[in-house]
Design a protein around this ligand. Structure first.
Ligand SMILES: [Zn+2]
Length: 635
């Protein structure tokens, strides 16, 4: 079939598929499964997350949004890079959420200009990618299919445009997505080519389309997109190298499907979870919960970053490998941290369980912002607990485009609701409006210096007494919370969801004082070369050594008698004397936790996210020598 005839056939197909519905008439459908909880919009976030959001919104957002690289590949294909097309979709997502939070009209203008140019670049048949015509996904030449990132690009475009439409109600954006969806369906829909025959890692890079396809169904209510989504799952489950549900059911080994490509596997879990919301079929949710648990148990650093490793089997730094490959120099791709956070927040909405929100917060406070340079512009691609250089770069990479999305997403999930209950996921300072919950004007004001100081207050700014129930999360690294209302200690019940419930009639000005018992904890891990490594946390914050060049100081080996959870036998708070020879660390004292390792070496520990950000590297894990072994060596 000639190219022209084929295109005409596709066009007819699309026309038939869309007949009778103009974009303005798409109604959309609500999920069958009602989310257990939902995020509640709050005022500006302050403190640590607020600073990091500002850095992205003031610098990176503009540097990428105004870079011609974002749209060049669409306007005059082929692009310069196989996945060049993903960046605009990711930018639309993050920048839309930034506008939603700030109302900054300049962002709105740039968003509109970007969307206009993107839509203009779409072919009449619906193609909106950066590939040359003969290499496009609808070309049935299998020799071109392997290694193609063309469908991947469309996944991110549909995602970004639909997030944009949620806020700006832009029917053109929806119509653009429908055209993409129909073209994809004409190629890979029921009865067509197996979608897993295209892309990398046995098609795992292509089936990430699943989430976007369910989103398109939700936005349009067009059943064919739901059927297409189900067909994508059928292809995954039929492919012996993917079989995501079967593998999660049998072994929950995330290193198996698609070689365990971490980012893509978690992005596919997002699609399964979305499909559950729209079908109510637990066969879609159960593998996601099993996969999340497996990653949480076996593939997460204390910093909350999901690690991967280039083993002899898969020869790629970005794949989950069995847990015995653990080592502090294994990679975390910033895209993986972002998708882990995204997955955790989605599972929080579906289940209402506190643990998902707590894990997302741990990853933000440590691993995610450790990948963001304090200059606001640069990001690191790979980060590790022990890394000679942070590797921040001013480049448009998959990771630099992913990281800001995680910042914006978590900012929307700090507070939530379930019925008339206010859920407090985080104690970062902010103002939470109460009118939607109580039917009366009022705010709950969260104040303090969390996660650095032990005490925060929740103050009710009300005009009249109001009944309000709070569900309070216990953050990771916190042993317990002492909760007082106007000086009176409360004994709160911990619910099956993991939240502590405080139900009361609030008088104007009532204040809840929460005192955290931050753990000063130590964590031990075996590793692939036999060494046992240890790292330290204070509350939710992982501590690490800032090193100019990691090889310039011999690495300290810590003697261990017993592996306890209490770090106080190895570290103690640092004072100004211990910082005498570290001028660049002196301003941190009193602002963030600063500790030192006991002994003569004067090794200073600061928050992981800051270590290395002064131009060097980071050392989070220390090798151990167990005392019985050290005695043997003395003899
Ligand atoms: Zn990446």
């Amino acid at each position: 079939m000639s190219h022209a005839i084929k295109n005409r056939c596709l066009w007819v197909l699309i026309f038939v598929g869309s007949v009778g519905v103009s974009a303005a008439e798409y109604r959309g459908v609500a999920p069958i499964v009602v989310d257990a909880v939902r995020p509640l919009a709050a005022g500006p976030v302050e403190g640590l997350l607020g600073e990091r959001l500002d850095l992205w919104r003031e610098h990176r957002l503009w540097r990428v949004g105004r870079d011609p690289f974002l749209l060049d590949g669409f306007k005059s294909p082929p692009g310069k890079h196989p996945w060049q097309g993903e960046h605009v979709g990711k930018w639309l997502h993050a920048a839309t959420l930034a506008y939603q939070a700030t109302g900054d009209e300049r962002i709105k203008v740039l968003l509109r200009e970007t969307v206009d140019q993107l839509i203009d670049a779409q072919d009449t048949e619906g193609y909106l990618g950066t590939y040359a015509p003969q290499r496009r996904f609808y070309n049935p030449d299998d020799t071109l299919a392997k290694g193609s990132w063309d469908v991947w690009t469309h996944r991110y475009l549909i995602y970004g445009l639909l997030v944009y439409d949620r806020l700006f109600h832009d029917h053109r954006a929806v119509a653009c997505c429908v055209r993409m969806g129909d073209l994809l369906m004409a190629s890979f829909g029921p009865g067509k080519r197996d979608i897993t025959s295209v892309g990398t890692r046995n098609g795992l890079s292509t089936v990430v389309l699943l989430e976007s396809m369910v989103m398109l169904y939700e936005r349009t209510g067009e059943e064919r997109f739901l059927r297409f989504a189900e067909n994508i799952v059928d292809c995954i489950e039929r492919n012996p190298r993917l079989r995501l549900s079967a593998v999660m059911r049998d072994s929950a080994d995330v290193s198996i499907p698609g070689d365990g490509k971490a980012y893509q596997l978690m992005a596919t879990f997002l699609g399964y979870a979305e499909l559950y919301r729209h079908t109510g079929e637990h066969e879609y949710l159960d593998p996601v919960l099993a996969g999340w648990d497996a990653i949480r148990e076996r593939h997460l650093y204390e910093t909350g970053g999901p690690w991967s490793f280039k083993s002899n089997d898969v020869r790629n730094h970005e794949c989950f490998t069995p847990s015995y490959f653990y080592h502090p120099t294994n990679c975390v791709e910033t895209c993986s941290t972002t998708t882990w956070i995204q997955l955790s927040l989605l599972l929080w909405r579906i289940t209402g369980e506190a643990r998902f929100a707590a894990e997302a917060e741990r990853a933000i406070f440590n691993h995610l912002i450790g990948a963001q340079s304090p200059n606001g512009n640069d990001w690191a691609y790979f980060t590790m607990p022990n890394q000679p250089q942070r590797g921040y770069k001013d480049e448009v990479t998959c990771c630099a485009s992913s990281g800001p999305r995680a910042l914006e997403m978590i900012a929307q999930h700090l507070s939530g609701t379930s019925g008339r209950i206010l859920i407090v996921n985080s104690y970062l300072s902010r103002t939470v409006p109460l009118a939607e919950l109580t039917g009366r004007e009022g705010e709950l004001i969260v104040e303090g210096n969390y996660p650095f100081e032990e005490e925060v207050t929740l103050r009710a700014d009300l005009a009249q007494p109001t009944r309000l129930t709070l569900d309070l999360n216990l953050p990771i690294g916190v042993k317990s919370m002492q909760i007082e209302v106007d000086g009176e200690r409360q004994n709160l019940e911990r619910r099956p969801s993991g939240y502590y419930r405080l139900a009361r009639l609030w008088k104007p000005g009532d204040t809840v004082r929460i005192t955290f018992e931050f753990l000063l904890s130590v964590h031990f891990h075996g590793s692939r070369e036999g060494t046992r490594w240890m790292s330290f946390m204070r509350g939710p914050i992982v501590l690490a050594q800032d090193v100019a060049i990691q090889t310039d100081q011999p690495q300290v080996v810590l003697a261990v008698k017993n592996e306890t959870e209490d770090a106080s036998q190895w570290i103690e708070p640092a004072d100004s004397r211990s910082l005498r020879s570290y001028k660049h660390l002196q301003p941190l004292l009193g602002k963030v936790p600063v500790y030192k390792i006991k002994g003569d070496r004067n090794i200073i520990l600061i928050p992981y996210y800051l270590a290395g950000s002064f131009g060097g590297g980071v050392r989070t894990m220390f090798p151990t020598l167990h005392e019985d072994l050290s005695r043997l060596q003395d003899k």
